[in-house]
Each structure stands twice: as C-alpha cells, then as structure tokens.
Design a protein around this ligand. Structure first.
Ligand SMILES: Cc1cc2nc3c(=O)[nH]c(=O)nc-3n(C[C@H](O)[C@H](O)[C@H](O)COP(=O)(O)OP(=O)(O)OC[C@H]3O[C@@H](n4cnc5c(N)ncnc54)[C@H](O)[C@@H]3O)c2cc1C
Length: 384
C-alpha cells in the first residue's frame, strides 16, 4: 500500500486498494468491449452497490457507507482505471450529480423512493439541465412545467444528458415562474421525473465516452405529481449551485486519476519501446517530455487536493475548486495528446488505451462548466 498523504488517511488508502482491485477484476477487462458496444450493462450498478461503492458518502440510514467526500474522492480518482471514460461517466453521473440533490434537498419520502434504491443499484439516475438552447447560460432554459391539479405538466427538451437512455428517473430543471418581468434566478425548479409516458430519449453519437448513453430527452405533456418537487419552488438555482463545487471537484479528481494512469503506462511504454538502438526514454527529448508530464500530474494533484481539503473542512473554496477544474481538464487533455504522441502509430490504434483516453479527455474543458465559464467565475472572485 502506498503511504497516505493529506487530505487522505491510511483508511482512504485501504479503500483505494480495495476499489482498485474491484475495478481490475470486474470492470477493466470489459472496457474495450463496452466501448465498442457503445454501452455498458446496467448490471454494473448493482455490482458496484454490492461493494458499497454507490453510497460511500451517504448515511447508513439510507443504505450508504456513512463515509464522507474523501471516500468518494478516492472513488473518483480510481474510476480512471476502468479504462472507459464512458463507463466512468455513467457511474459518475449517478453518484456525483443525479443523487446528491436528492440527498441534500429531498424530503424523507423522496429519499426512500429514489436515494435508497439508487444506492442499492436498483434505480439509475440522471441530471437534466442542459437544453438545445441553453447550456452555460442555465437561466435560459425553456422547458416549462405548468401547474395542474395534483402536480405539474412538463413540455420541453433536454440534451447531452448522461445516462439519458438508461436512467429510471431524471432530476429535471424546469421553468415554473411566469412572472413578468421574468425573475432571473427565481424561476427554475427541479422535478424528479420518472421514465414513463411522454418521456422519450434518443442516444447521441459522440467523439469519446462511447460506453455512456448521452441522450436528448423530450418531455411531452409529462405529468409529474406534486410530491416530486425537489427543494423549494422557483429556487432551483440554489440546488444547482449547491452541487457545482462537488461536481467540479469530482471532475478534477477524475482528471488527476486519468493523468496518473496515462503517465505510468506511457513511461512504461517509453522504457520498453526501442528506437535508434535504445529505449524511447533514452532519448532526451522524450525523457524531458515525460519529466514535464510528471510535473503536470503533480501540480494538478496538489491543486486539486488542496481544493478538496478546503471543501471537506467546510470552507467555501469557490476560487480553489474553480481553479482546480480549469487547470486539470485542459492539462489532462494536453497530457493525453503528449502521451499519444510518445506511443507513435500505436497511439492512434484502438487496441491501445491511449487512443480512447485522448478522446475521452476532450470533454473535460466543456462539461460541468466550460473553461470559459471557469474564467468568468474567477474573474468575479478576483474582483476583475
Ligand atoms: C458528453 C457530455 C455529457 C454531458 N452530460 C450532461 C448531463 O448529464 N446533464 C446536463 O445537464 N448536461 C450535460 N452536458 C452538457 C454540458 O454541461 C454542456 O455542454 C456545457 O455546460 C456547455 O454548454 P453548451 O454545450 O450549451 O455550450 P454553450 O453554452 O453554447 O457554449 C459554447 C461555447 O461558448 C463558450 N461560452 C459560453 N458562454 C460564454 C461566455 N459568457 N464567455 C465566453 N465564452 C462563453 C463556452 O465556453 C463554449 O466554449 C453534457 C455534455 C456532454 C458533451
């Protein structure tokens, strides 16, 4: 076992070894097949649940492990070892963006109905915010929920939704306030929408994350009962903001895990592959490149773990988390490109992990708040 370093303890390192073993045995051997199939089986969820991995940070009363965000952070880093960004994304969406709002804002009845079976891997969740006409500008969403007797009727369309085909329920952002002039930031609510009549998904084809089902979801006259309102009416922005820090930290941790793994494997490749009578790592240009990449992995880890430490300590590390997201997502993509280059022609081949890892890494600077949006947030925190 490697020695722990803050903010992690020996207990977290033990968890890391156990998660790593599970991934190596149960998930990684299937990664290539799942990527080719453009789908990973739903049975992965109950398998993870049986190991307690869908509820690391959730209280035991809901079937969770009663751990905290540090336990979940270990999981986020280790997921890169699945070797399929799409599988990691599907699992990550369930754990890191779909279920946390139910845990934080849900009624006891909602927790029993959605969180408990989600932790058991019996229900799969998705978070539906983005729309064809509104991504970074969340306030511009147009999906409407009209008040009717006993609940709401939703009409509209979400897009780029992870788990969008397989999800049993979609935590959906809707406009619920018709006041004129519009009350920006006080007109969005969240409804938990069960898959059923009027909810239709179509899977999207994409550059990377092939094993995940990214989908457009249309809602046509979908009735949602009153008891499925999540959090306060018209205050959905609070719910979005409450989980952004964790979502972005989870992405930064995922990038750190992916970068470490790619570096290890590329360094190994460079030690073994011969060119001009010596290993690639015997050529100064390659050796220096690998030294730079190791420095990048280390920098990203330090910045991310510092933001994580502050987050877990209960600070409000908006600036540190934003910097970690901004730094790691671009650095990860650039590192993957450099690692692919070191693999030469092999790096362009499907059978080599780096081909997939490079495509998978392209999403980081776009999803969960793009690089430009991170810079806008930093502009505000830096009083610019
Ligand atoms: C594979 C994948 C999975 C996803 N999963 C989910 C999911 O599960 N749930 C969900 O709700 N969403 C999901 N998304 C959506 C994702 O969060 C959005 O794609 C992202 O927020 C960007 O929104 P957009 O695509 O509409 O781009 P836009 O907002 O249209 O932006 C286009 C470009 O303009 C830039 N830009 C926008 N505003 C500004 C500004 N003010 N200043 C400077 N530049 C700006 C952006 O940075 C970007 O480069 C997913 C996306 C992908 C690709």
């Amino acid at each position: 076992m490697t020695a722990s370093s803050p903010p992690f303890s020996d207990e977290h390192e033990q968890l890391r070894q156990s998660i790593r073993g599970f991934i190596d045995r149960e998930l990684a051997p299937h990664a290539q097949q799942w990527e080719q199939d453009c789908w990973f089986p739903d049975e992965v969820f109950p398998k993870l649940a049986a190991q307690g991995l869908l509820g690391l940070k959730y209280p035991q009363q809901y079937g969770g492990q009663g751990g905290d965000y540090l336990h979940e952070a270990v999981m986020c880093e280790e997921m890169a070892r699945v070797g399929s960004g799409g599988t990691a994304a599907g699992i990550g969406a369930h754990i890191n963006i779909a279920t946390p709002p139910i845990w934080k804002f849900g009624t006891e009845e909602q927790k029993q109905r959605y969180l408990v079976p989600s932790i058991r891997g019996e229900l799969i969740g998705a978070l539906g915010i983005t729309e064809p006409g509104a991504g970074s500008d969340v306030a511009a969403i147009a999906t409407r929920a009209e008040r009717v007797d006993g609940g709401w009727v939703i009409n509209g369309e979400k897009t780029y939704i992870t788990n969008g085909v397989r999800a049993h329920f979609i935590v959906t952002a809707v406009k619920t306030n018709d006041k004129s002039p519009p009350t920006r930031h006080h007109d969005i609510s969240f409804l938990i929408v069960d898959r059923g009549e009027g909810v239709q998904s179509s899977k999207l084809d994409k550059l990377g994350w092939h094993a995940s089902d990214t989908a457009t979801i249309s809602y046509q006259d979908v009735f949602v009962p009153e008891q499925n309102l999540l959090g306060e009416l018209n205050e959905g922005f609070k719910l979005i903001m409450a989980n952004f820090q964790w979502e972005r930290l989870a992405m930064a941790l995922g990038a750190v895990g992916a970068m470490s793994l790619a570096w290890e494997r590329t360094a190994q490749f460079a030690r073994e592959r011969q060119a001009f009578g010596r290993p690639l790592s015997g050529h100064q240009a390659i050796r220096h490149k690998l030294a730079d990449l190791a420095t990048s992995v280390y920098t990203c880890r330090c910045v991310t773990h510092d933001a994580l430490r502050r987050f877990v300590a209960g600070e409000d590390p908006l600036q540190e988390v934003t910097m970690a997201k901004l730094l790691t997502q671009r650095a990860c993509f650039e590192l993957m490109d450099d690692c692919l280059q070191i693999h030469g022609g092999a790096g362009y081949m499907r059978e080599y992990f780096i081909e997939r890892a490079a495509r998978d890494a392209r999403l980081g600077p776009i999803g969960g708040g793009s690089d430009e949006i991170m810079r806008e947030i930093l502009g505000r925190t830096l009083a610019l």
